[in-house]
Design a protein around this ligand. Sequence first.
Ligand code: HEC
Ligand code: HEC
Ligand code: HEC
Length: 128
Amino acid sequence: MGKGEEINMREKLVCLLIVVFFVFLAVFSYAHEDHDDFGDEIIILEKGRMPQVTFPHQMHQTVLENNCNACHDLFPKQHGIIKEMITQEKLKKQQVMNSNCLKCHKERKAAGQKAGPVKCTQCHVRSK
Ligand code: HEC
Ligand code: HEC
Ligand code: HEC
């Protein structure tokens, strides 16, 4: 190989590596966007005075036909965010329970649709 060709090969290799890098970056950032992330199937909402709430997240996504905003209008798609927003006084204590969970369950029941529980101990279940 002549000296000129050797340099040419090296330039091609550098170009290839740059392309591979950007393809990798694009795939990586796509995989980390919100639209891919459905969150946990079951979420434990921490207890205070009352026992913990074992919240069937995936079941709600299914029954509400992926209308994420039914809940995530009130709080973002982030683990532990309800507790954090209560601490920051962006949400009142029991606001999610009253204006989201119970509101929907009651409205659906009144409309004769299948609905979730409204009794305290059906959501706040003492762990064994
Ligand atoms: C019936 C209410 C409700 C619906 C509908 C809902 N979520 Fe959530 N989601 C929650 C709650 C509650 C949390 C936990 C918040 C916390 O930990 O403070 C949560 C948390 C999350 C998280 C954070 C990770 C985790 O598992 O804690 C992601 C991601 C998420 N949801 C995605 C979605 C997507 C996508 C949809 C729609 C397809 C959706 N959610 C629909 C209530 C809901
Ligand atoms: C549909 C489910 C559901 C039902 C039914 C329900 N809760 Fe809750 N409750 C929650 C969720 C979710 C939270 C945490 C989010 C918040 O604070 O809004 C919570 C939080 C609370 C809190 C504040 C945290 C704590 O443990 O100290 C109290 C107190 C409470 N609930 C009492 C009650 C009482 C009393 C009843 C019955 C009249 C009841 N809940 C019925 C879901 C429910
Ligand atoms: C927009 C409506 C809606 C909201 C908001 C909602 N739910 Fe429900 N939930 C339902 C429906 C509908 C069902 C009944 C599904 C079924 O029977 O197939 C249900 C069922 C449940 C059940 C019973 C699950 C079982 O295995 O029988 C629990 C527990 C529950 N919801 C807790 C909650 C909590 C906690 C929240 C708030 C963080 C919440 N839900 C918010 C509509 C809602």
